[in-house]
Design a protein around this ligand. Structure first.
Ligand code: PLP
Length: 442
């Protein structure tokens, strides 16, 4: 049943080839808290290490609890394979390092999470990998930035704070013309958007957010769409076509389809080279925590999205709100992308410009009673933050503007509480933001 169904509510509970624990028949996915796995004999051990047979070796590289999570997320994204890692940041790092080496470059959207900008602009630069930024308002900007050393495109489906839905097909079509895969960070739009269906080759997630959903666990993953030919242009993708001397001269683009019968070279290389060498696995306890969230993620996404739509209606009418930022409120082609790429909702993230600039924005945040003031998104609870002085504070003024962070911008992540209570809290805090402070009165 689970192999055929495309319904996320069912996949989240039954996907992953897991019916019950083979040893105990336990229905809930057990935490396999082990580092190692006993080999049947020396031949079996040698075959596993030589990738002649697939099976458990060591928890830095694979674990049966993580395996269920990986299969369920792969199925939800319509992908072929998934590799979990210790955080969303590790997922973005692995995604780039799996295709780029020193001397290579990649083209990234300017609309990015601040932590990803730091990783791309500073840390990857120190490793000899160059990021070239392209403004996604015109997909052709991606093509203009390519040269013979460009290995991938990178973007977020629903980047905050601008909340402009990314032109997935437009950019992936450009990439495919040049044998360049598009890697999409789909953290802010799980279930409601499937980037692989629109031509992306790889999806990454911070599982910390909507999929974990309860603000309890940090985790990340990479999903291989199985839809990109890594061998079509060997010069374009050297890491998949040149012999890897750390693995007996394996050419990953060739050897993985031969061994597995599936086009999952990206996922296998990330697992057996990057998890092996760089570490950063997701602990099985954390995989279990994320599975608890995943099982209700489709239902929660519905409530997140419907509450956000109601909050947007309310915010647009409030006199102390200068501007509301939400995917459907963008005009023209950018607004139209929401209809093209999203179904079942338009996300939980809402931006507002509070009238009165930075000071009014701060007052608004401090007056919130139910919303939490935290640097997270995608918790079941409603959250708020002022990006310019927190999540994006390490960016230069130019980078801030390019990312759409104006001084008075407040980011809301709308939770799954009753919508009346969400609106009541927003209302009292907005009313307070417009009142003169005691200091100003005296
Ligand atoms: N990608 C996006 C879009 C994010 O919002 C975040 C974190 O806020 C990350 C990646 C990094 O995820 P993590 O905090 O799990 O490392």
């Amino acid at each position: 049943m689970t192999k055929q169904t495309k319904n996320p509510e069912t996949i989240a509970l039954h996907g992953g080839d897991y019916r019950s624990d083979p040893a105990t028949t336990a229905v809930a996915v057990p935490i396999y808290r082990t580092t190692s796995y006993q080999f049947n004999n020396t031949g079996h051990a040698a075959n596993l290490f030589a990738l002649k047979e697939f099976g458990n070796i060591y928890t830095r590289i694979m674990n049966p609890t993580n395996d269920v999570l990986e299969k369920r997320v792969a199925a939800l994204e319509n992908g072929l394979a998934c590799v979990t890692v210790g955080s969303g940041q590790a997922a973005s790092t692995f995604a780039i390092v799996n295709v780029c080496q020193a001397g290579d470059n990649f083209v990234s959207s300017t609309d990015l999470y601040g932590g990803t900008v730091n990783l791309f602009t500073h840390t990857l630069k120190k490793l000899g990998i160059e990021v070239r930024y392209a403004d996604p308002s015109d997909p052709k900007n991606f093509e203009k930035a390519i040269d013979e050393k460009t290995r991938c495109f990178y973007a977020e489906t629903l980047p905050n704070p601008a909340l402009r839905v990314f032109p997935i097909k437009e950019v992936s079509d450009i990439g495919r013309k040049h044998n360049i895969p598009l890697i999409m960070d789909n953290t802010a739009a799980p279930i409601i958007c499937k980037p692989l269906d629109h031509g992306a080759a790889v999806v990454v997630h911070s599982l910390t957010k909507f999929i974990g959903g309860h603000g309890t666990v940090i985790g990340g993953c990479l999903v291989d769409g199985g839809n990109f030919d890594w061998t079509a242009d060997p010069k374009r993708q050297p890491l998949f076509n040149e012999p890897d001397m750390s693995y007996g001269g394996a050419k990953w683009g060739e050897v993985v389809p031969q061994l597995t019968g599936a086009n999952v070279s990206f996922a296998v290389r990330a697992r057996v080279c990057l998890l092996r060498d760089l570490g950063a696995p997701l602990a099985p306890d954390n995989a279990w925590g994320i599975i608890q969230g995943l099982e209700t993620a489709p239902l929660r996404m519905q409530q997140h999205c419907s509450n956000a739509a109601k909050a947007v209606d309310f915010l647009q009418k409030h006199k102390n709100v200068e501007r509301v930022i939400y995917p459907t409120l963008h005009k023209g082609a950018i607004g139209d992308r929401t209809k093209k790429y999203f179904s079942g909702g338009n996300g939980a993230l809402v931006g507002i410009e509070v009238k009165g600039g930075v000071e009014a924005g701060k007052k608004f945040i401090e007056a919130l009673k139910m919303f939490y003031h935290v640097a997270n998104i995608g918790d079941a609870r409603s959250l708020a933050i002022h990006p310019a002085t927190t999540t994006h504070s390490q960016l230069t003024p130019e980078e801030l503007l390019a990312a759409g962070v104006t001084p008075g911008y407040v980011r809301l992540s709308i939770g799954i509480e009753h919508p009346d209570d969400i609106i009541a809290d927003l209302k009292q805090a907005l009313d307070a933001s417009g009142k003169p402070s005691l200091k100003a009165v005296s």
